[in-house]
Design a protein around this ligand. Structure first.
Ligand SMILES: Nc1ncnc2c1ncn2[C@@H]1O[C@H](COP(=O)(O)OP(=O)(O)OP(=O)(O)O)[C@@H](O)[C@H]1O
Length: 529
């Protein structure tokens, strides 16, 4: 948490200044309480009314600073949460393909929702409460010193004992918070999975089965949260006991000093409220620190994502296509591809065929730099793929996998994905992907919404939309995994023809259905067994 607080140091300094303003207002109000009581004891009515007026002004100042502080904390807290979410996703995008796939999408969603919320509630909020309390306590201690030194001495001894308390709870708090985070991850992951499977659940009428699973996952999450609340309750009680003891002892000592005529009688109302400020803060310190401490594992989880730096290979020239030599690869040490030799020359057209599970998509995954744990040689141009940054690779390569994602937005947004293209370029891409007539016939045309993962359009239309999105990018090499599998024979044939007839384009397509009209135009076929 220190890291993010430091990053926003200017904003946090502003908050500290507002807290000081708030604390000064409150301390002055406490001191005025003593003065008012003394005025009454001495029947000094003029002074009494003057002090009451000053008290009102002090309270107005206090409330004004409190208002500004609350507003500012809320805004800075949101800025820090946004930075955390942004940095986490940025790191996830900068890690390797294999690392990203170690967790489910639901887990990552949980990090940037549940965990960030937990950091806000259990980390940032207690931190500001503690900071505000410490500032008020420091001012209160200074004010108390103006009454009698013995008060400060006694408070210091008691505070020393109070601040030892958090240590007793640190370990337990970390454990229960980590457990809540894990259960949150599991819960969100399961929910994402069940809801994404809605169509399957719908046709199998498995609602009761899924509801039972939802209930079980929710109960498991509830147990972890209860466990956390139990530890929190223990921390609160321990702090509360110290707090009560401290306040009573200051009250008693001031009374004793007043009896000895070392302090005025009115002091008792000021020392009481000043001491309550100090002991409220330090009484809750164990709770604040345990809570802040408990968020540490959540930060660690986000910060430990390994970023793989993009190192640009300056010597790279796309002088030739992909060359595979003795290429061997397997998942989890299970051999799949063995000693493969093949050359995909630039501007030529290839198909990869073979039985289901023979490794066709895996080859495209290797060519597109997603899998790196192969042995043998795999080069593009004059450079080994392992020495090429993904940015450089994707400057030339377009990979359309078996399930390309269609975003919940318009056709135009799905095509552009944040880039800018002319109307002509957009429509050319739609035409080449066999999508032009369909889009023209839509009431909203290119501005039509496609829904979540394109659920408002057909499977074939989704495939053509993602193909158009790829064609727009004008890359030299296209890797197409069953890119026309969902299309009718005629549309599929037209698209494949369009691709193999593009002279400059290197085409490597995985297909189950190699049509004779296409096969005769190919320069090579890689058949896997
Ligand atoms: N991420 C993965 N982890 C472990 N095994 C995997 C993974 N991806 C694929 N496999 C396995 O590797 C083998 C080859 O998979 P691949 O997807 O390359 O086959 P394919 O020839 O493209 O199949 P299909 O024609 O059915 O799409 C399969 O047995 C598959 O179960």
């Amino acid at each position: 948490m220190t890291k993010i607080m430091k990053y926003f140091w200017k904003e946090n300094l502003g908050i500290v200044l507002l807290m000081i303003g708030e604390g000064v207002g409150l301390t002055i109000a406490s001191l005025l309480n003593a003065a008012i009581l003394n005025d009454l004891i001495q029947f000094n009515f003029l002074q009494f009314w003057l002090h009451v007026l000053q008290l009102v002004i002090a309270f107005i100042g206090f409330l004004l600073f409190t208002y500004l502080k609350i507003r500012r904390i809320c805004s800075v807290r949101q800025q820090m949460a946004t930075k955390l979410r942004h940095d986490t996703i940025k790191k996830l995008f900068a890690t390797s393909y294999t690392n990203f796939n170690k967790n489910t999408v639901g887990t990552y969603a949980s990090w940037v929702t549940n965990d960030v919320n937990q950091i806000e509630q259990a980390g940032f909020m207690p931190f500001y409460e503690l900071l505000s309390g410490l500032i008020k306590s420091t001012l209160a201690l200074i004010a108390l010193l103006s009454f009698h030194w013995s008060l400060i001495l006694m408070i210091f001894v008691e505070l020393f004992i109070l601040v030892q308390l958090p240590r007793l709870f640190n370990k337990k708090m970390r454990t229960v918070t980590t457990e809540v985070s894990k259960k949150n991850e599991a819960f969100l992951s399961k929910m994402t999975d069940y809801l994404a499977a809605y169509d399957t659940i719908f046709v199998f009428r498995k609602f009761a089965f899924i509801l039972e699973k939802v209930k079980k996952a929710s109960i498991e999450l509830g147990i972890a949260k209860n466990q956390q609340a139990k530890v929190m309750a223990g921390v609160t009680i321990a702090g509360g006991l110290g707090n009560v003891f401290g306040q009573v002892s200051v009250f008693a000592l001031t009374g004793y000093l007043a009896l000895l005529q070392k302090v005025s009688i009115g002091s008792i109302s000021a020392t009481g409220s000043l001491a309550s400020e100090i002991f409220n803060t330090f009484g809750n310190i164990s709770q604040y620190l345990s809570s802040i401490n408990s968020t540490q594992p959540l930060f660690e989880k986000m910060y430990q994502i390994e970023e793989i730096p993009e190192i640009i290979n300056k010597d790279f020239v796309l002088s030739k296509g992909f060359e595979l030599e003795n290429l061997t690869f397997g998942y989890q040490h299970k051999p799949l591809l063995k000693d493969l030799h093949f050359t995909f020359e630039l501007s030529k057209k290839y198909a990869i065929i073979g039985q289901s599970g023979s490794g066709k998509s895996t080859i495209l995954n290797l060519l597109s730099g997603k899998m790196k744990s192969y042995t043998g040689k795999l080069t593009l141009g004059n450079t080994a793929l392992s020495e090429l940054s993904l940015g450089q690779l994707y400057q030339h390569v377009l990979y359309i996998d078996q399930n390309p994602y269609v975003f919940n937005g318009t056709i135009r947004e799905n095509l552009e994905m944040g880039d800018t293209y002319s109307e002509n370029e957009l429509w050319d891409a739609l035409k080449n992907a066999g999508m032009e007539q369909f889009v023209l016939a839509l009431p909203k045309g290119i501005a039509a919404d496609v829904g979540e993962n394109g659920k408002f359009i057909s499977g074939g239309q989704r495939q053509r939309l993602t193909l158009a999105r790829g064609l727009l990018r004008n890359k030299n090499i296209i890797l197409l995994d069953e890119g026309t599998a969902n299309l009718d024979n005629e549309t599929a044939l037209n698209i494949e023809k369009m691709l193999v007839e593009k002279e400059a384009l290197t085409v490597i397509m995985v297909t189950h259905q190699l049509r004779a009209e296409i096969a005769e135009k190919l320069d090579g076929i890689l058949e896997l067994t």
